[in-house]
Write a protein that binds this ligand. Sequence first.
Ligand code: PLP
Length: 411
Amino acid sequence: MTALTRDDFLALDAADELAPFREQFVLPDDVIYMDGNSLGVLPRTAAARVQDVVTREWGQDLIKSWNSADWINLPQRVGALIAGLIGTDAANVVAADSTSINLYKLAAAALRMQAPRRKIITELGNFPTDLYVLQGLAEYLDVELVAVPRDQILDVVDEDTALVSLTHVHYKTGVMFDMPSVTKAVQAKGALMLWDLCHSAGALPVRLEDCNADMAIGCGYKYLNGGPGAPAFLYVAARHQAAVQPPLSGWMGHARPFDFTDVYTPAAGITRNLCGTPGVIAMSILEESLKIFAKVDLSLLRKKSQHMGQQFMQLIEQECATYGFTIVSPWDNDMRGSQVSLGHDEGYAIMQALIARGLIGDFRAPEVLRFGLTPLYLRYQDLWDAVAILRDVMESGVWNQEDYKRRSAVT
Ligand SMILES: Cc1ncc(COP(=O)(O)O)c(C=O)c1O
């Protein structure tokens, strides 16, 4: 194989149909941002939107804005924009709460729908909040949670299984489940299938309807660029919506919240999954970002992301072969999400040294350096420059300093 050069990467940028989207985001100088899978960057129009929401809609129009600015329908409006990214209709998605809370709500509803089945199955090593929420729920409802390695999941689904809850793209390794075949196998045993799309929505085309998925959840602050702590979303297949009995039966999920009746009557459709008042400012930012996605061809996005992954891994092998890294993410494009993860025993210190040099990724204990590929604003030349920084940090040994070994609260 001929060696890759920086000119190859510049040529790829010049031919990149998605390149103009970079202008829609704020990117600080002297930073290569490969952490959009943890916290996406700021959409260029977001600050003006916040300014307008705060000064005019709130400051001047005050409570009238619930109607005049349609604040009340933000969860459905934002949900409709997300629906297009995950392969379903507007009527099946709402933006609300956090991913953790949405998981609790849907998993609890699924257990109720599936009684007397009393088992939940998930992956050992799933994202911790998924495990913790399901552990808490299982204890609370006195049902059984079974967490097994990914290759054993389908073997343990049985006639007592109410729900299988999996993360589509693994947060640490980037390995993907085959959503259609897993969903089909789970449903063949009479269980419901819930997908966590935190590392999928906005990163690759998701086809929930084509896969016949039952439920899904996901977050707004990673690939969707909704800002720190952005609202999350949830999906329930149309065929199940009337059967969902919300465990958090708040007034925003009521059929007629402004009748102020004493008795809870769930709204028809997906709206019953709302609980309390939406965070208007945060939802407005997420809506702003999603307007950009409405113009994106997701198949092009996926193609660029897969190509970037290949190029990045190839460059690491070319430039950093002697520094003890293992490539943790799969080489197979169809099995990898939109990230590349490297393993290294000194991963934490190395990542801190990279961040000090302007290459921002993140570290996932115990040994993974994680690099997010966000094709709307990451350039091929950034991949070249990122690997040059990595090689330099390793070659000089600059990572090996006490400062870089001291752990911060957030890694
Ligand atoms: C797969 C997955 N699920 C859930 C979460 C986080 O959930 P929350 O937004 O409730 O903190 C993350 C965050 O990184 C994640 O990677």
